[in-house]
Design a protein around this ligand. Structure first.
Ligand SMILES: [Zn+2]
Ligand SMILES: [Zn+2]
Length: 55
C-alpha cells in the first residue's frame, strides 16, 4: 500500500478532496501531502527523509 495518497500530517487517505501536494521545501526528495483540514488548521508535517518540520 502506497503512502502517496495519504496526508503527511494526519494520515488520512486522500480521495477526491482538495488536497495540497508539494515536494519537501528542504530536501525536495519526498512529497508532502496535506488534506484540506490540515492545511486549514495549519497542522505540522514532518519530512520522512530529512526531518524537516513545517506548517
Ligand atoms: Zn491531514
Ligand atoms: Zn525533506
Amino acid at each position: 500500500m502506497s503512502d502517496e495518497n495519504r496526508c503527511t500530517s494526519c494520515g488520512i487517505t486522500l480521495i477526491g478532496l482538495r488536497n495540497t501536494v508539494f515536494p519537501c521545501p528542504e530536501c525536495g526528495v519526498t512529497t508532502i501531502n496535506r488534506c484540506k483540514r490540515c492545511r486549514d488548521q495549519g497542522e505540522a508535517y514532518e519530512c520522512s527523509e530529512c526531518g524537516f518540520r513545517g506548517p
